[in-house]
Design a protein around this ligand. Structure first.
Ligand SMILES: [Fe+2]
Ligand SMILES: [Fe+2]
Length: 524
């Protein structure tokens, strides 16, 4: 009944109506990017994760039980319900591309808890070189059972996806289709979320190799944070060794090529899955500390402390952390406890015998602010450590430029810097903030700019020429008409022509959040 009402209601009402349904057709009535559209997308994403989970259960159960066994009832029913809910008038496809899962074209963001399941499905699909699994309404209980039994009875080592497909047809399994894997060339278009998979690893170009090294280093650090956070939540033992080694590697890379490593912090598409925020804060902290004259041998320790500055969040219920939309007052009370909870968690970790002060400071002080306007509030006098001051800047910068921490909408890097400058000497240490700008640039790494030729370019690194700080190194990424170009020119904006004028000029800053450009691919 409510459907009819929705159709008759005027457009404005339609938008205001709470969308508590998974009815797919609604998605076409709702503007993309609108709040209602976001909710629908989130619902589909949640259902997508459930589909992955149930598929995993179904495959695992089928390895143990016959297709008619009642043990299969639950996963089969769950899968059928999901398929029914998600396929309105067209089938749904679970895709795998460059080791990322997609529902249709949307990247399925996976949190730490869901990581094991996602990895299991990714491995299974990879073993078969399956790029996509499509489920249609025609699929019934017997089809799912038959398919799962078939799937686990064949060995991907000596059978191909083609054999699997032939068997599907031969056995009359309806509603399930398989797609082959393809390594798609990822093109950035406004309004799409890019994914950054490994590509072009064949060149012997030292610059490219450095970039690949940096990206792998980043992935290793991210992996170790993921593993650690998960084991903290699970109450298990923790080994910092792996994380320490990974961070030391990052410090070495950074000494070689700071800009490339910092470019990695613009990675925006992995969500919590790879714990980008923690890794980014760690990288930014190391770079800032290095410029602040922090002893080189201690940079890795600082990086490690920074990596776990949000460890206390592992005590906050996932429902609050992943909550779409605004936090309630109670949620905020829970959130504000994470710095102190972090210190408590650190002391309980069995992997560290004595808690380094730096680690405690990173967790305890990172939201305090220089003027103590933040939290936790203390009743005793307190002196902020250098680590705490560095962390406050790195944390705020990454949290504001990314969409994952606290806010749904990210801000462009230069807007964030402007905002931070307005609080220089108040929330942030003024000297450190200046040094920070030297790291990321006045027009920060990852910013989009329009050149006077109308070409769009992405900022790769700040210039060393202090007098021309607003003239960074950029890479052209579109032609004057806005079409993406591959292998665009790299331009040093401080370069001059014979007359003494600059060869190229920026005419305006582009808000990359507006264009939804993922600029990270230009670094890696
Ligand atoms: Fe935090
Ligand atoms: Fe943080």
């Amino acid at each position: 009944m409510s459907d009819i009402k929705i159709k008759e209601a005027p457009a404005a009402d339609e938008q205001a109506r709470p969308i508590l349904t998974h009815e797919r057709s609604l998605s076409r009535k709702i503007a993309r990017g609108s709040e209602a559209g976001d909710i629908l997308d989130q619902q589909m994403a949640m259902l997508g994760i459930q589909l992955v989970t149930q598929l995993n259960v179904l495959i695992k159960t089928s390895r143990i039980y016959e297709r008619t066994n009642t043990a299969l009832d639950k996963p089969v029913d769950a899968m059928l319900t999901l398929i029914k809910t998600m396929t309105h008038d067209h089938p749904i496809t679970l895709r795998l591309q460059n080791d990322f899962l997609f529902l249709g074209d949307s990247h399925l963001k996976v949190n730490a808890q869901q990581m094991a399941v996602a990895t299991s499905i990714i491995d299974t699909l990879n073993a078969w070189k399956i790029g996509g699994m499509t489920f249609a309404l025609a699929a019934e209980s017997k089809d799912l059972r038959e398919f799962a039994a078939l799937f686990v009875s064949l060995d991907p080592d000596n059978k191909s996806i083609e054999d699997l497909r032939n068997e599907i047809t031969a056995r009359g399994i309806a509603g399930i289709e398989l797609e082959e894997q393809r390594q798609l060339d990822v093109r950035e278009r406004p309004g799409t979320e890019a994914n950054t998979g490994p590509d072009g690893t064949k060149s012997a170009d030292p610059k490219l190799q450095r970039k690949i090294g940096a990206k792998n280093g980043y992935a290793k650090v991210a992996g170790s944070v993921g593993a650690l956070m998960q084991s903290v939540r699970g109450g298990g033992t923790v080994s910092f060794k792996q994380a320490k080694r990974a961070i030391q590697n990052i410090v070495d890379l950074m000494m070689d090529d700071e800009a490339t490593v910092l470019g990695l912090t613009t990675l925006r598409c992995h969500d919590e899955y790879t714990h980008n925020h923690s890794v980014n804060v760690s990288l930014l902290s190391i770079a800032l500390a290095n410029r602040a004259g922090y002893p080189k041998v201690e940079l890795a320790d600082l990086g490690l402390a920074a990596l776990f500055h949000d460890l206390g969040k592992s005590t906050i219920p996932i429902e609050i952390l992943n909550k779409p939309g605004e936090f309630t007052d109670d949620d905020w009370v829970a959130m504000r406890k994470h710095p102190t909870e972090g210190v408590l968690s650190l002391t309980k970790l069995r992997g560290i015998t004595n808690l380094p002060g730096r680690m405690a400071a990173a967790s305890f002080e990172h939201h305090m602010n220089l003027d103590f306007s933040g939290y936790p509030k203390l009743t005793v006098p307190w002196a902020l450590s250098l680590t705490g001051r560095i962390l406050t800047i790195a944390d705020c910068y990454d949290a504001m430029t990314s969409s994952r921490v606290y806010r749904r909408e990210p801000m462009s890097p230069s807007k964030v810097l402007n905002m931070m400058f307005s609080k220089s000497g108040k929330a942030f240490d003024a000297v450190l903030l200046k040094l920070f700008v030297n790291c990321v640039g006045i027009i920060p790494i990852g910013s989009l700019v329009m050149l006077e030729t109308n070409e769009l370019a992405v900022v790769l690194k700040p210039t060393i020429d202090k007098a021309n700080a607003e003239r960074p190194f950029v890479k052209v990424i579109t032609d004057p008409q806005g079409n993406p170009v591959d292998q665009g020119r790299e331009i040093d904006l401080t370069e001059k022509v014979e007359t003494g004028d600059f060869r190229h000029n920026i005419i305006r800053l582009i808000d990359n959040t507006e264009y939804k450009f993922d600029t990270s691919r230009y670094f890696v």
